[in-house]
Ligand binder design. Structure first.
Ligand code: UD1
Length: 363
């Protein structure tokens, strides 16, 4: 079986790392019947902070091909990736294309693969927010509509796929490769240089924001940041700022005394600061999975989540009405929060199950 593995944006990298490692392990154990595979980086994220540092720290090999798509509008970024990937499959036609998550690269490459007669394997299939204003929701639905092998993280995802008419035998409930990465690296987390000096022992909340609905309108963003700042008491906010957010934040030009604003952090440093935080306030999806496994309180600033299991079993609370944020943060700081329960198959062995399933379908 010839496999392409696609990665394009920051949240993809911790999902592909464990799959590549398991494919190599399988090949070492089965030299007579190895998987042939290539890693394709679409170039959607290209900064050192958003991409290269993740490859280094997660031990992901250099991509075989970089499509160099770069930034752009949704349509131009999608088009660049599709044109690049179509060229990449001319000479080395894979049987299967593995896409992960819900970013533009996921959707763009799955369409190219399917039209070329290549099977699509979607890792993190079936999750749904129901919010069609998010590009990620459209990416999920389009990708799943043409997926052949669905690798899922939750019971909810399985139910969504069955409801959409997909067959039970196409669905592989394998767990969460992002959690494979977290558990693999939990003893290697790195304390950032600024940690002891800048935070000097203060309790802190980690804040990440990058969704257009939270950051693109300067007034909405500054009101949100004011509300968070007002709730802090003695606590600090550590705010690794996404490039999209940085553009708007700089234009606002406001100072927040208790905020420590840093560049996007590397994987091992980011997970270190999350592990030692009082809590996390975010609009990311993946971080709600990591905080659940680490049992760190988490507030999600969105109207909906495609990961309801992080609320049902984990530490995540959805806060759609930003006027309520103060109360939630005060509760977080007071330590008045629910405890996480284990989630089935979020056990560090997901990539192993994926490779086993791929081996079963090829034989
Ligand atoms: C993308 C994903 C989102 C994911 C997020 C994590 C889609 C639709 N969205 O959103 O699901 O949670 O990544 O980061 O795929 N930029 C840089 N340097 C980079 C990458 C981006 O400066 O390395 C800037 C771009 O110029 C652009 C902005 O960040 O202005 C947005 O980048 P883009 O990849 O379009 O979407 P994200 O908001 O990062």
């Amino acid at each position: 079986m010839r496999i392409d593995i696609i990665a394009g944006a920051r949240p993809n990298f911790m999902k592909i790392g464990p799959i590549i490692r398991q494919l190599k392990k399988f090949n070492d154990a089965h030299p007579a019947a190895p998987f042939q595979f290539r890693l394709i980086h679409t170039g959607q994220h290209y900064d050192r902070n958003m991409s290269d540092s993740f490859f280094e720290q997660l031990g992901i090999p250099e991509p075989d091909i970089n499509l160099g798509a770069g930034s752009g509008t949704q349509a131009s970024q999608t088009a660049q990736i599709m044109i690049g990937y179509e060229k990449a499959i001319q000479d080395w036609k894979p049987d299967t294309c593995i896409v992960v998550g819900d970013v533009t690269s996921t959707m763009a490459c799955s369409i190219v693969a399917k039209k070329a007669g290549i099977k699509v394997a979607h890792v993190e299939a079936g999750i749904r927010s129901g919010d069609w204003s998010m590009p990620e929701e459209i990416n999920r639905i389009v990708t799943d509509s043409i997926t052949d092998y669905f690798f899922t993280t939750s019971e909810e995802a399985n139910a969504n796929l069955l409801k959409a008419g997909h067959r039970q035998e196409q669905i592989y409930y394998v767990g969460n490769t992002m959690i494979d990465s977290l558990l693999d690296n939990i003893d290697k987390l790195r304390k950032p240089d600024f940690f002891d000096t800048t935070l000097s022992g203060h309790p802190y909340i980690v804040l990440t924001l990058h969704r257009p609905s939270n950051v693109d309108d300067p007034e909405k963003l500054s009101t949100l940041l004011d509300r968070i700042h007002d709730a802090l008491g003695d606590c600090r906010v550590l705010f690794p700022m996404h490039p999209r957010t940085r553009k708007i934040f700089d234009a606002i030009g406001r100072e927040y005394k208790q905020f420590i604003i840093v560049e996007p952090m590397s994987y091992l440093e980011f997970m270190f600061v999350v592990k030692h935080a009082t809590g996390v306030v975010t609009d990311s999806g993946g971080i709600t999975e990591e905080t659940t496994v680490l049992n760190i309180p988490c507030i999600t600033l969105r109207d909906s989540t495609e990961r309801p299991e992080t609320i049902r079993l984990g530490t995540n609370e959805l806060v759609a009405d930003h006027s309520l944020i103060k109360g939630y943060i005060e509760r977080m700081i007071a330590g008045d929060w629910k405890q996480a329960q284990p989630i089935q198959y979020w056990d560090g062995k997901t990539a192993e199950r994926i490779v086993q399933a791929l081996n079963n379908v090829r034989s």
